[in-house]
Write a protein that binds this ligand. Structure first.
Ligand SMILES: *Cc1c(COP(=O)(O)O)cnc(C)c1O
Length: 449
């Protein structure tokens, strides 16, 4: 098989800045060993997140110029609405400034004290917005989805038996909706199968409970279905997306992921009553219903992004580049979460640094070592982020869309291997200061002697 190449050439370049090890050591110390506190200009390869960090196409930039900034009834809104309807098939499309704004509006309207929201795994903003209403967020991902090493095609699937048991236990009246996150970001970017979505839809609807998708990476999920699920190899990505969304009643979306844009999101649903209420909240907090929290130019960029993300050459390259990084590290014995997900590779810091106990924050130590070694910024997802509730000690290397080339990724592989070769020299970390909530963003650390 031939090399899978980037299906684009480069028209505008953004220089990245080389630094010396001494400069990086100084920058780390000044940032209190928290990579979120580093200036992006001091980072060479930034794998902190794939959210809003992608490169836009020439058509998206042309759309930016054509953006209609009318307050009401903007042409750009209709382009955006039609692009969402084309893929999702939902009648009502409500633009928001990010995914979390769509979540806040949705859960404010449907959830509250005493209600329970099941999901495969709630993303952190989704969980926070559910819990903010007083409701309980339940993660029901199947057991295989919690096993870092298990090779399984659909580790994002919900455990349907546990979903049925939950409905039995609390009663359908207390479950305003069920959610499926595609792909399952907090569970390693692992996909959900069509069969599982169908089963979840069937169970929920049998009890009169709507199904909503957290659709941030819907195109990556559809690509995995096409590759891995029997019966889908000959279907187009658009057909797969439409089949999946037809199983549900609505979706929340961050356009910063598979919207291929730098900002934006939306809430979409077939429920006219819910949509009418959502528009009222929208006007209060985001903006008029034909722009939400966005400029007309943003709506244009998303409209084109939602079309471009369906291209198979793009998805083939996208998923291949993530797998390339994951497989090369795995082949050299580096412990990584398997198999590769869609948008990120996760180093298993607990197995990478077995001499550093969990309370000495192996993920934080590894994230800092990678920056010091090579100017690469990844993000701890473990005890620093989740405290005692952490299920694993991971360092996530998220891949921005259409930004880095294969040689950048080769450099990342080499750099991780360099750190792996001297892993026994690495020491743990301790927290010297932390805020009351979401400590990973701003906590201070110091290396242990
Ligand atoms: C990013 C993300 C969100 C939140 O979207 P924002 O645009 O960052 O507010 C919600 N769910 C999932 C699965 C995400 O990846």
């Amino acid at each position: 098989m031939k090399t899978i190449i980037e299906p684009f050439r480069i028209k505008v370049v953004e220089p990245i800045r080389m630094t010396t090890r001494e400069q990086r050591q100084a920058a780390l110390a000044a940032a209190h060993y928290n990579v979120f506190e580093l200036a992006a200009d001091d980072v060479l390869i930034d794998l902190l997140t794939d959210s809003g960090t992608g490169a836009m196409s020439q058509e998206q930039w042309a759309g930016v110029m054509r953006g209609d900034e009318s307050y009401a009834g903007s042409k750009s809104f209709f382009a955006f609405r039609d692009a969402v309807r084309n893929v999702f098939g939902y009648e009502h499309v409500i633009p928001t400034h990010q995914g979390r704004a769509a979540e806040r509006i949705l859960f404010e309207l449907v959830a509250g004290k005493g209600s329970v929201v099941p999901n495969n795994t709630h993303f952190d903003t989704t969980r926070a917005n559910v819990e903010h209403t007083g409701a309980r967020a339940m993660d029901l991902v199947a057991d295989v989805g919690r096993d870092a090493a298990a090779e399984h095609p659909f580790k994002g699937d919900i455990d349907v038996a546990r979903l049925e048991a939950l409905i039995e236990e609390v009663g359908p009246a207390r479950i305003p909706l069920g959610m499926l996150t595609i792909t399952n970001n907090a569970g390693g970017g692992q996909p959900v199968s069509m069969a599982n979505a169908r089963a979840v839809s069937e169970v929920l609807h049998r009890h009169g409970i709507p199904l909503f998708f957290d659709a941030c990476r819907f195109a990556e999920n559809a690509w995995f279905i096409k590759q891995r699920e029997p019966g889908y190899a000959d279907k187009s990505i658009l057909e797969i997306c439409r089949e999946m969304f037809a199983l549900g009643d609505g979706a929340t979306m961050s356009a910063k992921k598979d919207g291929m844009a730098n900002i934006g999101g939306f809430l979409a649903t077939n429920d006219g009553e819910l949509a009418a209420k959502a528009r009222n909240v929208l006007i209060l907090t985001e903006g008029f219903p034909t722009y939400g929290g966005l400029a007309g130019r943003d709506l244009e960029a998303i409209a084109r992004g939602l079309e471009e993300v369906l291209h198979e050459d793009y998805l083939n390259y996208r998923i291949a580049s993530t797998a390339y990084l994951c497989d090369h590290l795995h082949d050299k014995g580096v412990p990584v979460l398997r198999p590769a997900g869609g948008h990120a590779v996760y180093l298993d810091a607990a197995r990478f640094l077995p001499h550093i106990p969990r309370h000495e924050l192996p993920g934080q130590a590894l994230a800092c070592a990678l920056y010091e070694e090579a100017g690469i910024r990844g993000c701890e997802i473990g005890t620093v982020m989740f405290g005692e509730n952490a299920q694993m000690e991971l360092v996530r290397l998220a891949i921005p869309r259409r930004v880095y080339t294969q040689s950048h990724i080769d450099y990342v592989v080499e750099s991780v291997l360099d750190v792996f070769a001297r892993r026994e020299e690495l020491r743990g970390m301790r927290i010297t200061w932390e805020p009351p909530a979401l400590r990973h963003f701003t906590a201070h650390f110091e290396p242990l002697p």
